[in-house]
Design a protein around this ligand. Structure first.
Ligand SMILES: [Zn+2]
Length: 345
């Protein structure tokens, strides 16, 4: 086995990935056809061209176009099921998957309960067929500020239906975390976890805001923390995990190249870091490729990548007993995979 075989076979956990941004291109084309939605693309190649990042406004437009193809409960069942199939293909055993309820409801008029029930049907079928598990992070869209508290209420009420955390996504610039404190206070008081995006397009003040005003338990992205040594020290001291998505950061123009990306520097500074794919087909990536990027461009060894996989497991919101059980499995599989390298050498 070489390093690439090991990356493919490693047991993994993913913490930062959006369901709507994970829909297979072929499925999106089929949904558009079935639901008579006019897409600005008619095949996978032109869809790929449409996905190419131009600016954040266009990126939001891509997202709205994708969501505009989802019309029926069956559509939601299908995308959740295929998400699970794609997890299994990549040996992702567990994921926490972000879904943006308000944007979907505005687009198709289905109720939150109907959408969640369909998503959970797909999730349960994926578990039966592939043995993969995932749970939901419901996120507030920053530009729909008036919906922040209602989304938090939905998330709280759906804790018994696979929702583990409240997220915060959408345009970070001009929408600082402090504006959403009421929603996060409400969610936290009801026992939900809090995982806002911060420090992606916004700088360190946005991450500080997510920590101080929202009591973030993980930071979505958080890469721009590197610009503030005191913040890097804080993340290290408080073992606050960050969910880094290197290819997404390149596609959105935050860094010009993998070599310029701060992943390695954050890792060396002792930050509790995880690697994730964000919106795999939109960025022409997936979690396996993100691990490969770390090996190819940032000098990560098989042992380092195994540690990153364990970081994601530890930073997940699984109950402690499930974490312990999975950790034993992961350690066993990782050491077996790593010994194949030593054997070959
Ligand atoms: Zn994201």
């Amino acid at each position: 086995m070489d390093l690439y075989d090991i990356i493919a076979a490693m047991p993994k956990v993913e913490l930062h990935v959006h369901l709507e941004g994970s829909i297979r291109p072929q499925t999106l084309l089929e949904l558009a056809r079935r639901n008579a939605v006019a897409l600005p693309a008619h095949d996978e190649a032109s869809l790929h061209e449409f996905y190419r990042f131009r600016d954040f406004d266009h990126f939001i437009q891509v997202y709205l176009t994708i969501i505009g193809c989802l019309k029926t409960p069956d559509d939601y069942r299908l995308i959740a099921y295929e998400f699970g199939a794609d997890m299994a293909r990549q040996h992702i055993r567990y994921a926490e998957v972000t879904f943006t309820p308000e944007t979907n409801i505005r687009a198709n008029g289905l109720s939150f309960d109907v959408i969640l029930a369909a998503l959970n049907d797909g999730r349960a079928q994926a578990y039966r067929d592939f043995g993969v598990r995932f749970q939901w992070v419901l996120d507030i869209s920053r530009n729909l500020r008036e919906t922040a508290v209602p989304v938090a209420r939905w998330a709280v009420e759906a804790q018994d239906r696979g929702v583990v955390a409240l997220g915060l996504g959408g345009p970070e610039v001009g929408h600082p975390p402090e504006l959403y404190a009421e929603a996060f206070d409400y969610a936290r008081a009801a026992g939900l976890h809090c995982v806002p995006h911060a420090g992606e397009l916004g700088g360190p003040p946005s991450v500080w805001g997510a920590i101080r005003a929202l009591h973030a338990e993980r930071i979505g992205h958080g890469v721009r923390s590197i610009e503030d040594p005191a913040l890097v020290a804080y993340l290290h001291e408080h073992h606050l995990p960050i969910e880094v998505c290197p290819t997404s950061n390149l596609c959105l123009g935050i860094y010009p190249s993998y070599e310029a990306h701060p992943f390695r520097r954050l890792w060396e500074a002792g930050v509790y870091i995880t690697v994730n794919s964000d919106d795999p087909p939109l960025f022409n990536t997936n979690l396996v490729r993100e691990y490969t990027v770390l090996a190819d461009h940032m000098g990560f060894s098989a042992a380092d990548l195994g540690q990153l996989s364990l970081n994601a497991l530890h930073a997940s919101f699984l109950p402690a007993d499930e974490k312990t059980r999975l950790e034993a499995e992961f350690l066993d599989e990782l050491s077996r995979l790593q010994s194949t390298i030593e054997h070959d050498a």
